[in-house]
Design a protein around this ligand. Sequence first.
Ligand code: ACO
Length: 426
Amino acid sequence: MAMDSAKLILGGKEFELPVTTGSEGEIGLGIKSLRAETGAITLDSGYANTGSCESAITFIDGEKGIMRYRGYSIEDLCEHAIFPEVCYLLVFGSLPSTEELETFVHDLTHHSLIHEDMKKFFEGYPPNAPPMSVLSTIAASLSAYYPVNDDPAISELNIIRLLAKLKTIAAFAYKKSIGQAYVYPRNDLSYAGDFLHMMFAVPSEDYELDPLIERTLDLLLILHADHEQNCSTATVRMVGSSDANLFSSISAGISALSGHLHGGANVAVIKMLNMIREDGGNIRKYMEMAKDKSSNFRLMGFGHRVYKNFDPRANVIKSANDRILSELGTEDPLLDIAKELERMALEDEYFVSRKLYPNVDFYSGLLYRAMGIPTNMFTVMFALGRLPGWIAQWIEMKNDPRKRIYRPRQIYTGSLSRPVVPLADR
Ligand code: ACO
């Protein structure tokens, strides 16, 4: 049935709302002129059911467990593409040809150095500065080093610069946090390989890159590359809508991601597994606590706002997980707890009836641990993965002819008008 308009009845009067239908049949009710016509606004705390844009980048069907970048399923991309191809796909809209990929990878490697003066910034931070704080501030300061304007060539160069340099900044932030010498980027390594080398190489030893770890990192970056209008992506669009430059907009996205309700969930999974272990490994006790509403405890890594069937990213990681961990020879006591917890939860009526399945974060932390990535870098890894998605969404927002500065409304619930009583009389 064609749905090209909807009717709203307010105060006995009828108003027509235009309907926009997406390519996958999603329906949006247009309320742009609602306030002018009726004086009313829509109220939707957390924007849980509010579309802020039309987008051709990522499609998610949470009920069916579908996620696609530009029409390609996440499973297909994980099997057949490398992270730079996915970056190209998200940012430029199509998969690259061999020549296009060669040029893109060449550009990504040849722009990975940061301005030598920027090293002084790292020196100014306290020794144990959280790498996420360092990442967001130094990303913002890139706009002080590289010109930002509307020249398309400069804008494209800045996109390459950001994609190339953020991994250098991330690795330097880690080296700073452990007090080791910075390792410079190398142009002969892959995107993932170069990052691992900058993280783990030390001047006194040869660092041998493990191809399995390199491919695993590439996979994790692909899985996190975009997720439509989540908190950090909406932040990037919102900041960019004021005409703030790319670097500042992305820095704001990194800050939004840093919260434990967003990018920090895999850290919370590891903390939870550690807590269970230190408490004698009594998994049943924590399962019961998670079901008890008065305990305020939830099984971290279970459930998702959008995916109510399964998280397709979790399925990809889960199937890679066992193979990779056994090939890496990982012996992690947290892994056994995680497996048993998952088995028990998937058989438990409470979790089954509420459609609470393991999400991507249930597995990603365990993989990062097996790869030697420290817990304080997990959210930074998420930011590196999400970067091409943020950039693609920022470009789409900039190029939208209907774009307006993001400016939500509110329903005021404060005091009515009152006079200021002079200080002496209060
Ligand atoms: N453990 C125990 N109970 C849970 C859990 C959980 N992890 N998640 C949801 N529930 C319960 C709720 O208590 C509620 O129960 P009720 O119907 O009896 O009141 C029901 O399941 C529905 O929960 P909501 O909070 O309404 O689900 P929502 O979709 O709003 O929340 C969220 C999704 C935030 C992810 C939630 O499942 C959660 O807190 N999970 C743990 C944190 C986590 O893993 N976050 C990472 C998400 S993935 C990502 O961000 C990349």
